[in-house]
Design a protein around this ligand. Sequence first.
Ligand code: NCD
Ligand code: ZN
Ligand code: ZN
Length: 346
Amino acid sequence: MRSLTIRKPVDLHVHFRDGAVLDAVVPHTARQFARAIVMPNLVPPVTTAAMAAAYRARIEAAIPEGVDFTPIMTCYLTDATDPADLIAGHRDGIFAAAKLYPAHATTNSAHGVTSIAGLDPVFAAMAEAGMPLLTHGELVHHDVDIFDREARFIDAVLAPLLERHPTLKVVMEHITTSEGAQFARSHGSRVAATITPQHLLYDRNVLFEGGIRPHYYCLPILKRRSHQLALREAATSGAPNYFLGTDTAPHLRHLKENACGCAGVFSAPVAVEAYLKVFAEENALDKFEAFASLNGPAFYGFAPSQTRVTYEERAWTAPASVSVEEHQIVPLFAGERVDWALSRGL
Ligand code: NCD
Ligand code: ZN
Ligand code: ZN
């Protein structure tokens, strides 16, 4: 039986939502991760330091007793973001980073940015403060094919943005294409990318296997196999530009199994295990600690966890669902075999 002992992983991209969903999902992330970067796309979005501090307190209240887990907060950028307020929130230790959602690109992005160049004063202030910009990198326009949105965003938005702001640090969130993987690596240490488990495990065929499969629908949408393979190569390369960010995105079952189903895969209950399956298949378990526990903290400038955890190759069955009051959320691998397990009693 193979096993692996590593510094406790960090999830650089999570959605906890709020209220009853938050209470149900936080323990799943806290079980496996030392810290997580929390996305701000609530309704209404987290746009001020006061909102973020209150949200952080609600997350902390949902962490099970005795579990050591730190949520790290982000600010949702809008056309009206004030650079001075944002930087003050960063200096006060509330906002680690700010998130750029192009308007209408994804879940709860209706308040997103309509004119990205219009935020240049904000990006300039962030660059000066060393505050990373996190991007949902899709160009959303009615004449852009959904499978081309990421590559078009890189050419039309991200490359010019990096040229206008040569010291701004950027995380390309949830990359899904070979173009994304290449771009993240071509700017030295100031650009990095998170990669989700589902984009490493699947290609777009899985969305239509025997019928439409809403639990595999997320944004950016799964791509063709050549892109999946490029992402697997990037994640397992050991390069510091790639790190773990699950994009765990809970939606209630009836809102995904719906005529207009929500985008997002809820991976928190099986997150590290899902990545380990990929790294084991690629014979790259020796690269896992860098991807899961070291590269992300190094990019953000915080220390890796001092706690060590052991995973072993031992089969168990993922839960079919996680309950939220009278509702359910269906996780990744629902009811399926999981090959890796966190060992207990260490
Ligand atoms: C995310 C969500 O549900 O909040 N959904 C998704 O499909 N990834 C939003 C996001 O990360 O774009
Ligand atoms: Zn996104
Ligand atoms: Zn996300």
